[in-house]
Design a protein around this ligand. Structure first.
Ligand code: THU
Length: 160
C-alpha cells in the first residue's frame, strides 16, 4: 500500500487592490453579471466572467428553474456560451462572484463539482490552464489550473 499526497496551490489576497488590473476587471464583470441571476428559489445570485485569448470578456449568471435540477450555475452558463460562440479562443481566466441578501458573500464562493469538471474539460480542449479567481468580501482566492480545485479528476484519456 502506498499513500499518495496531492499538492494544491492557492493564492489568497486580502484586498482586490493587490490583484493585477486584468483580474480586477474580470471580478467587476462577474459582480455585474450576478445582477442578472435568475435565482428566485435560492435567492443566491452568482456571476461569472471569462477572459478569452482574443481579449473578449464573456459573462453569465445562474439560471434556476422550478424543476430544480434544470437550473445551471453561472460558471457553466458563461463557459458553455464562451466555448460555443468562440470555439477557437482559449479560455484564459474565470472570475466568480456571489451575492446573498446581505450583499457580496463574506467567504469566497467555491464552484460545484460539475463546474470544476467543465473547467477541466475546457483546459484539456484548449491545452491551456485557466486562472480561477474566487471573489468575496473578506478575501479573494486565485488558483492557476483546475487540478488545484479538482485533483484526481476524470479526464478524456481515461476513455481510451
Ligand atoms: N451556484 C452557482 O451558480 N455557482 C456556484 O459556484 C455555486 C452555486 C448557483 C446554483 C444555484 O442557482 C444557486 O447558486 C444556489 O446553489
Amino acid at each position: 500500500m502506498k499513500t499518495k499526497y496531492f499538492k494544491i496551490i492557492v493564492n489568497e489576497y486580502s484586498s482586490i487592490n493587490e490583484l493585477p488590473d486584468s483580474d480586477v476587471r474580470l471580478i467587476y464583470a462577474a459582480r455585474e453579471a450576478s445582477k442578472n441571476a435568475y435565482s428566485p428559489y435560492s435567492e443566491f445570485n452568482v456571476g461569472a466572467a471569462i477572459l478569452l485569448q482574443n481579449g473578449e470578456i464573456i459573462s453569465g449568471s445562474n439560471q434556476e428553474n422550478s424543476a430544480y435540477p434544470n437550473g445551471l450555475c453561472a460558471e457553466r452558463v458563461s463557459l458553455f456560451y464562451a466555448n460555443s460562440k468562440f470555439p477557437d479562443n482559449k479560455v484564459l481566466a474565470i472570475a466568480v462572484s456571489a451575492k446573498n441578501f446581505k450583499g457580496i458573500i463574506s467567504e469566497p464562493i467555491s464552484p460545484c463539482g460539475s463546474c470544476r469538471q467543465a473547467l477541466m474539460e475546457t483546459e484539456i480542449r484548449f491545452k491551456q490552464k485557466i486562472r480561477i479567481i474566487l471573489d468575496s468580501k473578506k478575501k479573494i482566492l486565485v488558483f492557476y489550473g483546475t487540478d488545484n480545485l479538482l485533483p484526481f479528476a476524470f479526464k478524456p484519456d481515461t476513455l481510451g
